[in-house]
Design a protein around this ligand. Structure first.
Ligand code: HEM
Length: 123
């Protein structure tokens, strides 16, 4: 695996490593207050990023385009911002970061939707 697919997998593996350590910390402490942030780090960071990585691996035409790099940047910014954003929101310290992170995450998925549709191979 190489290029953008590799980068998506690298970020995904990093997210789930942190997410699992966070889950163990929550279990050990018995404090599950931040479980929503843990869940989003794992589901957006690991599952969604991992699926993007699989897609770009099996559709190399899409992976070679500039838009794939933009997609990577927006997707990473989304997860990096939404995770502390949910922590802030859950602990009632404001929702701005969560809003910015959510919008970036949505834009990342819109880029992916556009990518999937425009890279359809005609039979
Ligand atoms: C070492 C691995 C993990 C540990 C120890 C762990 C631990 C936890 C704990 C303690 C909670 C809180 C449960 C509660 O309050 O009822 C939780 C919630 C959750 N976790 Fe994990 N987790 C791990 C990995 C993952 C992974 C890989 C995913 C997703 C791919 C995930 C998704 C979720 C979800 C969706 C919730 C529910 C969040 C909520 O209801 O607000 N977890 N986890």
């Amino acid at each position: 695996m190489k290029g953008i697919a590799f980068l998506f997998f690298l970020v995904a593996a990093l997210c789930v490593t942190i997410g699992m350590a966070w889950g163990i910390q929550m279990s050990a402490s018995g404090n599950h207050t931040l479980s929503a942030a843990h869940a989003h780090l794992n589901l957006i960071g690991w599952v969604t990023m991992g699926l993007f990585g699989v897609y770009y691996h099996v559709v190399p035409d899409a992976a070679g385009k500039m838009l794939a790099k933009v997609h990577f940047g927006v997707a990473v910014a989304g997860v990096v911002i939404i995770t502390p954003g949910i922590v802030q929101a859950v602990t009632e310290r404001g929702e701005t970061l969560a809003k910015v992170g959510s919008l970036l995450t949505l834009v990342s998925m819109l880029i992916f939707l556009f990518t999937v549709v425009t890279n359809r191979v005609k039979a």
